[in-house]
Design a binder for this molecule. Sequence first.
Ligand code: BES
Ligand code: ZN
Ligand code: ZN
Length: 490
Amino acid sequence: MKIHLSSKPAPGPTAVLVWRKKGEPVPIDAVPVADDGFWRDARQDGFSGQRGESFWMRRSTGTPWMLLGVGEAEEFDLQSLRLAAATAVRRLADARWPALSLWVPASVGPVHDSVRALAEGARLAAYRFDRHQSAPKPAGALRSLGLVLPAGASRAAAEIALQRAAIAVDAVDEARDLINEPAGVMTPTVFAARARALTGPSLRVRVYQGKALQRLGAGALMAVGRGSAEPPVLIHLHYRPARPRARWALVGKGVTFDSGGLSLKPADGMMTMKYDMAGAAVVLSVFHALRRLRPDVEVHGVTPVTENMPGPGAYKPGDVVRAMNGKTIEVLNTDAEGRVILADALSFAARLPVDRVVDIATLTGAAAVALGKAYAALMTDDAALERDLVSAAQSAGEKLWRLPLERSYRDHLKSSVADLKNIGNPGEAGTIIGGLFLKEFAGPRPWAHIDMAGVGWNGAGSPLSPPGATGAMVRTLLSLVLGGGKSRGH
Ligand code: BES
Ligand code: ZN
Ligand code: ZN
């Protein structure tokens, strides 16, 4: 689907945004929508302007209209626009119209922000993963979406916004592709090849494996990898502009398949475990966008990538492994493998010359139990980093909710044979325990941990994502490192 800007609607269907004021649906702007009879029909049909609602008005002659609800006027935000555009795309997927014109509202804030949100919503909803189907369902007829700019709006600013939206959603789609790909295809070696392919001006990619991994002292990652026929890797991406104004490290969990290892998961728990590399996919995808945007921030990406399998060499409950920072870990449950490989990756990141470290991982099922599919769990002791992350998420239309890194729970990780063990008390603050474990390896700089186990996958699909990998948190982290979510002192 192509998205372009225009100054007037093309012939064919035209969509208008409608919000609710005092309980009544009214168009956001006084656009030349059809006659009163048309509105009567819409109301009679039950259209009330709610978020995500739509009404499709076709007459035997003349322009067909589509009304897109954005909900209560007082609650209006850019996410309402993303959802409205997504609804339009889905509505038209089964229609025969190849093009839609959509009026960009003039009276709800900067036009370029609205353009960006509408373009993001339309593109996010249009994603499909059908490369393994021999007869994929034909893509919807909709080929072109025209965003009609209100009079007086800056075309140049809108073009830049459109470009930004395309780069951000391309990155999200890249993450979705990496995650949706079956584990039999997306092995650590294949993932590493996808990372290497990003190499370019100011973007260096180094892949540590075998002996190199051993020399690093990545005993924890190597231990997890030993149960698999596929060799583990540690990938270091480094984007370096000439004069960086900030320096970040992003660390992502990359378990391309989590069987649980010898602490084997039940069959049901394994069905979606190809998405256990979503954290690494998010990090890699952010670099996709960085290499196109070329911002003046330096970003390191560190992704440990491995399978977690119960093969003959598998690490065993009771084993003690040594992470890159020298700390020893007693592995009492081989299914808590994410924190084990991140122990090495965070130790690696702690040595890099950066200002802040953020890790992202599908770390605990408990995160999904606590917060469901809408909110990722955020753990950090750094108030400024928390503010920036929450505001970056807000600008991306994604959601983070903070959980405390409660010091007193650190005792749950005490081991009698090693520096710490990899699990706490069963059924007790599992997500927080995961965060407290990682904190032991994160080093002294401001650090935040995002548990995306709940938000990374949606089997049923959601308004902005078809079923499967959601690509969640790509736009949040991108906005974070670009400074879009920088706190402005209030
Ligand atoms: N990859 C899982 C976490 C997960 C579960 C992500 C469900 C998405 C959906 C992780 O490696 C794991 O198995 N964690 C264990 C930790 C426990 C053994 C302390 C869990 O959540 O049960
Ligand atoms: Zn696991
Ligand atoms: Zn896992």
